[in-house]
Structure formats: structure tokens, C-alpha cells
Design a protein around this ligand. Structure first.
Ligand SMILES: *Cc1c(COP(=O)(O)O)cnc(C)c1O
Length: 496
């Protein structure tokens, strides 16, 4: 399989190179040149496999320069039984005749990011041995996080040989639980620091480091290089295709659907990675009808899907679904690359417009194609809370605010369209990661102490508190540094 840049199709590289490089020098994102197809018979045969087996099968068609043995090792390390609290690794919960929640948060940090970030370090390790010797360097992985990515990345990369990780989170932008998860992190190759400011300040500070020539030279001279662990990296996206196949085969196995029956997929969306993976699964032959893209108050994607105009020229809202508070959805670029049939000049043009004028518009005809596949919708905080309560009262099912956004958007779409396909709603975080908001949604007073809030929610819902969240109370704080964004470079230099 050959990979190419969305901004320059003359570039052709292997999957190992794509994983090692993360992002192309021209600013483009690495994408596969073609999408391998699975026949219905092949999809049916996935039903006989466990999660790791399905992962190996799907990854093997993309990571063609990995041997079977290497993939086997990567997958076994990533999806080890003791890291997940459910045997299937993901869990499908049916709440009524046509609605299923696909829970992707049974991994070590209780967020869906684990599904990819457990595997990415394994893929990085193996791919390092496949690139030219002169490019082999100790990796320093920089992460700016608004919460979930930081913890999941730390957990995935801790104590991995040949790699160090530095996570920067905004002092004012993460929940108490998310902060606790990060500052108590164990591992000998990691650093965590708060940046004074909001997420944009942290993200901008990290982006500047990536482009700092002086720093790059220093690193190279000492045999090191920077890398990234966010969803622009192909090694993080590929593992996300797997769970859509896993969910479909589970529905087949349980005779919930017939082979070939189309389902809808609804995804709470931020950076467009998770829903893009579903789109890729569809291109590979997975029977999917509509892809429903759910946003919160930051509804840039809803507008894009309805008008064809992508405009980040709007107010940024802080919501109770913070992992979706984003105005530049990086992976939309990969979608455009498909919609424009790999016309990389056109993609460069659109991305330049976004950078310079904060807006671009796609042609009517392209918009029509987009609308055939995608439905967009959004929901604000009030409606999100109402949805948490409705789903709990009606089905006894507890969901977090991100998942509730998706459930609300789907329910509106279903009412309007009368579309009765069976539907997977992707559930992206354990509700206890957002215990305060969930309690409030259920009409309860919220205790100041996060652990008291969790206990109260447990009493009310009878849902078990994940051990790894409850245990945080006893864990010593290892990282308490808070740095100014202007001194982040000095900080890095003292460490490396
Ligand atoms: C990251 C995240 C999302 C958004 O996923 P994207 O791939 O960025 O679209 C949704 N919900 C939660 C809980 C997340 O952590």
C-alpha cells in the first residue's frame, strides 16, 4: 500500500514512513492511495474472530510493510486483556429495537482515544526499524491536549523504549479529573506540564516548537527528533477503522442484522478522526448507509455539511463536551481529498484559503456527493443534559456528555427523516470522567469534591466506578510544574 500527501500526490511513501513522519512537510496529511475492499464473505468471516483478530485482518491490508508476526505482536501488546475491562475490548449496548451504543472506553484511561493510542506506540516501534538508518532517532513526542488525548497518550507511551513524551495541558482548560489523571501518571520517559492559558495557547506553543529550526538542529545533533501522537498521524487513524468492522460482525453474530444489511453510524465529532475512520470502513465495503456527524455548540461541521462553506470565523464556545470544542477539524482535509478524487492541488488551494481567509467553499456538485454520505447536526449544552436524563430515565442507560450529543443529533435526524436503519451511536467516554455534568443533568446537586460526585453518581445510577478513576485519589502527584508559554522552549532544552 502506497501513501501520499493530500497536498502533493507526487509524494509516495510506505506505511512505516507515514507513521514515522506523522505529517508531510508540505502540511498535508498522509492518506492511502487506494482503499482495499472486503467482500461480504470476508466481512462475515470476521464474526469468527476476536477483537485482536479483526484488528490484524484490517491493519494487514493497510500496513503492508509489516509482517504478520510484527502485526500480531503489536496488536497483542495493545489489546492485552489486562488493559481492558471487557473481554471484547469494545462493547455494544442495545437500548431499543434499532439503537446501539458502541462503547469505546473500556481501555486504561476510560476514553475512546485508548483504542488507537494503545496501538500507536507499538506501530511506531516496529516502523522505526523499517526506515533508512539515517532517519532513525530517539523520538520525542510532543502533545498538546484539551484533556483525553494527553492521558491516553501517556498511558500508551509510558516506558516504551526509544521514545519520550511531553504533554502540555492548559492550566484553565481541563476538568479536575482529567488533570488528576495526567499529573499522577507513572512511567520513566514522560513529562507533564501545565501551560498558563487556554488550549489554543498550549497548542500554539507546541506547534512553534515543531517549527523551531534551532531546536531541530540541536535535536538532530544529539540523535533525536520530534514526533506527534494526534490524529493527523496515520498510525492513529488506521486502528480506528477496526472497531466499525468489529461492531458490525458482533451484530451479525448476534443475528441483529443480516449479512449485507446497511446500518447508520453516528459519531460525536471534534477533529473528524473517528467519523473519517467510519467513512473509510464504508469505502472498504462495510455496509453503512448514513454517517451522522454530531457536533456541540461549535457547529462548524454542521454548517459545512449543509452549505458547503467551512468557516472558522465564529465564536469559540466552551461546552460540557470539551473534547469536541474545536473549530479546525484537521481530518476534514482527508475527506476533501476523497471527495475531490485525490486532486492535491485543489486541496492545497482550499487549505490555503482556510489559513488566510478562515473560510473556503466547495462546489455544488462536491457538496451533493458529501450529502449522499453524511448528515450533520448539533446540540447545545441544555439539550445535551436533557438527553442524558431522557436516556437514563427511559432505558436506564448512563452516557457521558459527548455521547449524549450524538444521541440527541441522531434522534432529531431519525424523527425528521423516518430513516429506520439500525444505528450505532459511538460512545466515546465513560460517564464518570464527567461525573459533575452527568449528575447535574440528572437533576442532582453536584458535590465540590470530584470523588464525592462519582460516589453520588454511582448511588443514583448503580453503574460501577472504574477502578482507575477511583484510585486516582490515592496516587501521589508527580508533575506540578506550570510554565509560561514563552518559556516552553527553555523548559524543553533543560530536559533533552
Ligand atoms: C476526541 C474525542 C471526541 C472527538 O473525536 P474526533 O476523532 O476528534 O472527532 C469525542 N468524544 C471524546 C470523549 C473524545 O475524547
Amino acid at each position: 500500500m502506497v501513501y501520499t500527501s493530500t497536498r502533493d500526490t507526487k509524494q509516495k511513501i510506505s506505511s512505516s514512513e507515514a507513521i514515522q513522519l506523522g505529517i508531510s512537510q508540505d502540511g498535508g496529511l498522509y492518506s492511502p492511495e487506494t482503499f482495499p475492499k472486503l467482500s461480504l464473505d470476508e466481512i462475515k468471516s470476521l464474526s469468527d474472530l476476536d477483537y485482536s483478530g479483526i484488528a490484524k485482518k484490517i491493519l494487514s491490508v493497510y500496513l503492508t510493510d509489516f509482517t504478520e508476526k510484527e502485526l500480531d505482536l503489536c496488536v497483542r501488546n495493545a489489546y492485552a486483556d489486562d488493559k481492558f475491562d471487557t473481554e471484547n475490548k469494545v462493547s455494544l449496548s442495545r437500548v431499543n429495537q434499532h439503537t446501539y451504543f458502541l462503547e469505546l472506553w473500556h481501555g486504561p484511561t476510560c476514553a475512546f482515544k485508548d483504542m488507537a493510542l494503545q496501538l500507536l506506540p507499538q506501530l511506531m516501534k516496529v516502523s522505526m526499524d523499517k526506515i533508512p538508518a539515517k532517519d532513525k532517532r530517539e523520538k520525542i513526542i510532543l502533545v498538546a491536549t484539551s484533556g483525553d488525548t494527553g492521558k491516553a497518550a501517556l498511558e500508551g507511551f509510558k516506558d516504551v523504549d526509544g521514545m519520550r513524551m511531553m504533554v502540555f495541558y492548559p492550566e484553565e482548560g481541563v476538568s479536575h479529573m482529567q488533570k488528576l489523571q495526567m499529573i499522577t501518571q507513572e512511567g520513566n520517559n514522560i513529562e507533564v506540564a501545565a501551560i498558563k492559558g487556554n488550549f489554543d495557547d498550549a497548542q500554539t506553543a507546541v506547534k512553534i516548537l515543531f517549527r523551531d529550526e534551532e531546536l531541530r538542529e540541536k535535536l538532530e545533533n544529539s540523535g533525536k527528533s520530534f514526533s506527534s501522537a494526534n490524529s493527523i498521524n496515520w498510525g492513529r487513524l488506521a486502528p480506528q477503522i477496526v472497531y466499525y468492522f468489529a461492531a458490525y460482525s458482533e451484530m451479525l453474530r448476534d443475528e441483529e442484522i443480516e449479512l449485507g444489511e446497511e446500518i447508520n453510524v453516528t459519531v460525536p465529532t471534534g477533529n473528524f478522526g473517528d467519523i473519517l475512520a467510519a467513512y473509510y470502513a464504508k469505502k472498504m465495503g462495510l455496509p453503512i448507509n448514513k454517517l451522522v456527524c454530531a457536533s456541540n455548540e461549535n457547529n462548524v461541521l454542521t454548517d459545512f455539511i449543509s452549505t458547503g462553506i467551512y468557516s472558522k470565523n465564529r465564536e469559540f464556545h466552551q461546552t460540557i463536551s470539551p473534547s469536541m470544542d474545536i473549530l479546525i477539524s484537521s481530518n476534514v482535509e482527508r475527506l476533501l481529498f476523497e471527495l475531490y478524487q485525490h486532486d492535491s492541488e485543489k486541496i492545497s488551494e482550499l487549505m490555503d484559503q482556510l489559513k488566510e481567509h478562515w473560510v473556503y467553499q466547495i462546489e455544488e456538485q462536491v457538496l451533493e456527493t458529501l450529502k449522499k454520505e453524511f448528515v450533520g447536526g448539533f446540540c447545545g449544552d441544555v439539550k445535551t443534559k436533557e438527553t442524558i436524563k431522557e436516556i437514563f430515565d427511559e432505558y436506564g442507560y448512563l452516557c457521558d456528555p459527548h455521547t449524549a450529543v450524538a444521541a440527541s443529533v441522531y434522534s432529531e435526524y431519525q424523527k425528521e427523516s423516518g430513516d429506520n436503519h439500525k444505528t450505532i451511536i459511538v460512545s466515546t467516554a465513560n460517564p464518570y470522567k464527567f461525573a459533575g455534568s452527568v449528575l447535574e443533568a440528572l437533576g442532582e446537586d453536584v458535590p465540590n469534591d470530584e470523588f464525592e460526585a462519582m460516589k453520588k453518581l454511582q448511588k443514583k445510577s448503580l453503574v460501577t466506578i472504574p477502578e482507575q478513576l477511583a484510585n486516582l485519589k490515592e496516587k501521589p502527584v508527580r508533575f506540578s510544574k506550570s510554565i509560561d508559554k514563552n518559556t516552553i522552549k527553555d523548559y524543553i532544552e533543560t530536559i533533552i
